[in-house]
Design a protein around this ligand. Sequence first.
Ligand SMILES: [Zn+2]
Length: 462
Amino acid sequence: MIIVKGTVVTAEKAALADVRIEEGRVVEVGNGLAPRQAGEEVIDAAGLLVMPGAVDVHTHMDLLVGTARASDSFLTGTVAAACGGTTSIIDHMAFGPAGCNLQHQVDAYHVLADGKAVIDYGFHGVVDRVDEGILDEMEHIAAEGITSFKFYMTYDRRLDDESILRLLARARELGVLLCVHCENHATLTWLRALYVAQGRTDARYHAKSRPASCEAEAIFRVLTLAKAAGEAPVYVVHTSSAAGLAAVAAFDANTPPAFAHLETCPQYLLLDESSYGLPDGEGLKFVMSPPVRRAEDREALWAALADGRVEVVGTDHCPFYFSEKKRLGEADFTACPNGAPGVELRLALMHSEGVVRRGMSLSRLVDVCATTPARRFGVYPQKGTIAPGSDADIVLFDPARRVRVTHGLLHERVDYTPYEGMELVGYPVMTISRGDVIVREGAFVGADGRGRYLRRSLPDLR
Ligand SMILES: [Zn+2]
């Protein structure tokens, strides 16, 4: 197959070029490529951007949390991802039964994903306690291609500081990356109980009970621990606030901590806390942790994304039906399962709001949505770029197409989108995974279960 006349965008540059694909890989990028044999498919990409398939390193497919299960399976969720131009995901596992070892969830996730996902997929391990057994086990889990692990500083299965230190030291030794959910647990637990006791139970109090200071404190603390552990690399998931960014800046006034890697998500760049005040319980659609924040936080995140302090945009895709699950929080926000959909719109939202409205370069778009996530999580240059030898994971994107977002347009298995009604400029029109056209004009045309498990290398943290 050859893709001709498009603008090929990588993290380095954007230029008119043709791309030749053979046996699922890119073999040539150049000008004036012509078919070499009869039957070679020629895709005319005139007027289109030819970008590496996006890499979403923060999804929660089929996540079981308490009594609620995220409504997208690895099949439906990856179909939605593919329709939005994403060709790889790294999914964050749920906790297993109390006391289980790391392998337990690895096995459980292969059952959930293998033979179902339609794009390539990997997993982040999850750690809810630190003992000799877990620290030992990390080595062979990493050898199975799970070269990152997540831990939480809040929720019931959070780690205390001593455990975090031991985990960081071990991760540094193994060269694996730790992803961390940063919020001060005691404070938000206190505030939640306080608001409920006062009868302040609508969705606005979800946000008020998780102030940005909770995020900032936890970020500063994890950097303190990481520094002590020999500057162990840490990857802060879903950075949401100006205070969180300020905590990183304050950590060392002279030298930014090079061991800190920050992710944010479209919801923190595009939405704000006014959504929680929507009538008829609609505010519950935005109940996620951390919450969406003030317009000033949004602006601070855009600035950090522009100058490289924030280096990855993931989605934290974790959908629950509004009608049956999110509405459980109508009498009390603490009963609303945390999470919102977003896997399908990331590239289009970031193009429209980032490139078109805020002047972000196309290369930066590719960098934060594909290249840097692939590097950080050990799948580059197989994924995240268009170069000879890379997998032919490619999205053709029409930068001029105008789309009004509506839930009916999307493939996510859930009954709403937080971006309902937004007017976007630019939308994906074709998605290619390992040389197979799997999405054409918004319709998934690939085979169920065609995705392959990504046995990831160690992270590239340069
Ligand atoms: Zn998450």
